[in-house]
Design a protein around this ligand. Structure first.
Ligand code: CP
Length: 310
């Protein structure tokens, strides 16, 4: 594999297993740059990347920006509240105007599922989906794959359990697709009100009992409750959710000794995970964040250098 098939990264659903392996191999080789005293290499000198974030972000926005800077690309960022969207400009007009300034890549986060796919139909720049509504968050899934592969040396054959708001989580959707494509067995677990009908068609199976779901897991990933995407209360209270589906130290007597804990962030400490679990030696949550920079460096490199099929 030497090339990506698409000039956009819109979702894991658009990437095949070979492309995912290619991205992970590239990210692994680029990661050492992050540990150099001078963390900057020249391959993307003269390239321009626009970060267009219409929803809040800490990890994704900063790591796309750092990834670009590490590769010597120029970056500019704009958020919804400081853009002319607040004056009534449409998303397509905003994107067309940004494109008129000749960026090479537009990285976009939007609350509407499908927003980056829509832009990709109207503009010529490469688009990277940095999270669209409840649909996909492909770079998160890639960094999750990288973190698991780094820890276990493989993905194939591992048991991955994802807990929480499966219905509203774009991370869950991308991770289910990504881990199952790479040969892992994915189990999802959460309240029935947060489990979309037909979730098994994505390549996972659903359980509703936390202890049963984590018993054989190699990886337990907790998700944030996506309150901003829920039209109504889907569980009685946060305290009740934490009691039934939250990870506290009692989980350590159930999971395998080799099992690691992951979370895409941001964590609601005391809801989906207690501070003792989040800060434990089992957690590889900050490794996920570091790998996020490497994965995003790989995406920029593969989209902007001679690594894409025409
Ligand atoms: N994991 C993730 O998408 O975090 P941010 O919302 O902070 O970018």
């Amino acid at each position: 594999m030497t090339k990506l098939k698409s000039r956009h990264i819109l979702g894991i659903s658009h990437l095949d297993r070979e492309e995912i392996s290619f991205i992970l191999d590239t990210a692994e080789s680029l990661k050492e740059i992050l540990d150099r005293p001078i963390k900057k290499v020249p391959p993307l000198r003269g390239k321009t990347i626009v970060n267009l974030f219409f929803e809040p972000s800490t990890r994704t926005k900063l790591s796309f920006e750092l990834a670009a800077k590490r590769l010597s690309a120029d970056t500019v960022g704009i958020s919804a509240s400081t853009s002319s969207v607040v004056k009534g400009e449409t998303l397509i007009d905003t994107a067309r105007n940004i494109e008129a300034m000749r960026p090479d890549i537009i990285v976009m986060r939007h609350s509407m599922s499908g927003a980056p796919h829509l832009l990709a139909r109207y503009i010529d720049s490469a688009i990277i989906n940095a999270g669209d509504g409840t649909n996909e968050h492909p770079s998160q899934a890639l960094l999750d794959l990288m973190s698991v592969k780094e820890h276990f040396g493989r993905i194939e054959g591992l048991n991955i359990t994802i807990i929480g708001d499966i219905a509203h989580s774009r991370v869950a959707h991308s991770d289910i697709l990504a881990f199952s494509k790479m040969g892992a067995k994915v189990t999802v677990c959460g309240p029935a009100t947060m489990m979309p009908p037909g979730i098994e068609t994505l390549g996972c199976h659903a359980l509703y009992d936390l202890r049963q779901a984590v018993r054989d897991a190699d990886v337990v990933m907790a998700l944030r409750i996506q309150k901003e995407r829920q039209g109504m209360a889907l569980f009685p209270s946060e305290r009740e959710y934490a009691r039934v589906f939250g990870l506290d130290t009692s989980i350590f007597s159930v999971i395998k000794e080799s099992c690691v804990i992951m979370h895409p962030g941001p964590i609601n400490r005391g809801v989906e995970m207690s501070p003792e679990v989040a800060d434990s030696s089992r957690a590889i949550i900050l490794d996920q964040v570091t790998n996020g920079v490497a994965v995003r460096m790989a995406l920029f490199t593969l989209l902007l250098t001679d690594s894409r099929e025409e």
